[in-house]
Every structure is written in C-alpha cells, then in structure tokens.
Design a binder for this molecule. Structure first.
Ligand SMILES: NC(=O)c1ccc[n+]([C@@H]2O[C@H](COP(=O)([O-])OP(=O)(O)OC[C@H]3O[C@@H](n4cnc5c(N)ncnc54)[C@H](OP(=O)(O)O)[C@@H]3O)[C@@H](O)[C@H]2O)c1
Length: 240
C-alpha cells in the first residue's frame, strides 16, 4: 500500500513510519518540518520510506505537498502532524491565538485530506486515520483550550469523512492517545511526569510504539471498521 504519514520523522509519527516500513509491500511517504536529520536517517534505514518536506506554517510548502499527492497515489493517509500547542488558560488567551492555531493545525490537515480523498475516490478505496488525543474525552486538561478544541474539530471531521466517503469504500477512523513522552510534551516538568505515572492505571506511561501498533491495526483492518475513535489511555476515565 502507498501510505502518507504527516509528521513522520519524530515521536509517534516516527514509530508509525518504522512499523509500516518494516512490512513488505508498503511504500511510506512521510512529511517532516524541522527534523531533517531524523528524516534522512529513516530514509537510509528503510528503502521504502521517502521523506517529503512540509511546513504547515508555509503556504508554498503545503501547496507543494498538495500538488504531489496525486502522484503518490495514496491508499492510506495518516494525519499525525501537529505544529505545536499553545498552553494557557482560555480567559487570558488572545483570540488571535485560536485563529492562528486553527490555521496551523487544522487547515493543512483538511486540505491534505481533501486531496487524498480525490485520489481515493478514483481508486474506490482509501483509509484516513486521524491522531486526536484522549484530552477530547470527558475532562479536558486546564490550559489546553486551543489544542483540545482543534483536536475536537478534527474528531468531528473524521466522522464527517466516515459518513460522506464510505460509499466510495473510503473509511475514516481516529485514535485518541493519552500522554506520551515526545518532543511535543518535552517541556513537561519531571514532577508532573512522576505524578502522571503514579496516577496511571498501569503505573507506566503510554509509548509511541504502542499507539503505532493501533495505527497498524487500522491500516490492515476491514473497511467495515469506519467512524470509530479508539481511545488509548488504559481506561483512565473509567478508573480515575
Ligand atoms: N505526545 C502526546 O502526549 C500526545 C498525546 C495525544 C496525541 N498526540 C498527538 O500525536 C501526534 C504526534 O505528536 P508527538 O507527540 O509525536 O509529537 P512530536 O514528536 O513533536 O511530533 C509532531 C510532529 O508534527 C510535526 N510538525 C511540527 N510542526 C510542524 C509544522 N509547522 N508543519 C508540519 N509539521 C509539523 C513534527 O515534524 P518535525 O519534527 O519535522 O518538525 C513532528 O513530526 C500529534 O497529532 C499530537 O497532537 C500526542
């Protein structure tokens, strides 16, 4: 299968690329923004992995990727990239931040998905897999308004794609992981990490490889599986 993974050179994206590229028959196209060396290393390690530069903050860079999607002939699109989190309480966040966050993290994902769907419709086959966050389930953490709202928007879109596209044999599913230690969360204080481990039902944090395994399940899954959102947080919302 031809698979596009956005944000595939670090964290969860890199785990997904490694897992998929290790399987025969897959050609994995992954985007990177700043992690140039990591992207080159993945390419060197896996002949069936190809890096494509795409910076969601740069219109020309997004347009170049959009133009390339028909040539890549994807069967699967994994929307994983995230341009960053603005952490602050809602009441003191400048409204511009919400607009900018939407433009950076939501709009490119929508545009990439539109181009992929055009290819999928011609093939009468396709899979869209969206990386959301367990923060959209039940209680959103304080200070993450911009991030959680954008992810909730993408979760709603995932259901829209699932309903609009299934008649063309195109599915859309989401995965909502709990906290993982990656570049995105690298500013998290050690004491907070310790308290998260203590409060975790398994007393250990989720890893990117565990979430990548779930992504690989969706890649192989029957098209009967559509419109789902797999929450991976050890049942924390039930237990805690
Ligand atoms: N870590 C968590 O606790 C957690 C929990 C739930 C969900 N998630 C989600 O998991 C996904 C992967 O995040 P991660 O935790 O693996 O963090 P990460 O290592 O920081 O990965 C983020 C990815 O987004 C890419 N990216 C950053 N800025 C970009 C930009 N301006 N344009 C295009 N791509 C850009 C990065 O590419 P470069 O490295 O090349 O810049 C990187 O590959 C995200 O959607 C995130 O919201 C994470």
């Amino acid at each position: 299968m031809n698979i596009i993974v956005t944000g595939g050179s670090s964290g969860l994206g890199a785990s997904i690329v490694r897992g998929l590229a290790a399987q025969d028959g897959n050609m994995v196209y992954f985007t990177y923004s700043s992690s140039v060396d990591a992207a080159r290393e993945l390419e060197a390690q896996y002949p069936n992995a190809k890096a494509i530069h795409c910076n969601f903050a740069d219109e020309a860079s997004i347009q170049a990727l959009l133009n390339e999607i028909p040539t890549l002939q994807p069967d699967v699109l994994i929307n994983n990239a995230n341009g960053g989190i603005h952490k602050d309480h809602f009441y003191r966040t400048n409204p511009e931040v919400f607009l900018k966050g939407f433009e950076l993290n939501v709009m490119p994902t929508l545009r990439i998905t539109q181009e992929a769907i055009k290819v999928f419709r011609k093939k009468k086959f396709g899979k869209i897999i969206n990386i959301i966050t367990s923060a959209v389930i039940n209680k959103p953490p304080a200070g993450w308004a911009e991030y959680v709202a954008n992810k909730a928007y993408l979760l709603a879109m995932s259901k829209v794609w699932a309903t609009e596209c299934i008649k063309f044999n195109i599915t859309s599913n989401s995965i909502s992981p709990g906290f993982m230690q990656t570049k995105l969360t690298s500013d998290t204080d050690d004491r907070i990490i310790e308290s998260m481990i203590e409060g975790h039902p398994l007393r250990k944090l989720l890893t990117t490889d565990e979430v990548a395994d779930a992504v690989m399940f969706y890649v192989k899954a029957s098209q009967q599986i559509n419109g789902t959102n797999l929450v991976i947080n050890a049942g924390m919302d039930l237990v805690g």
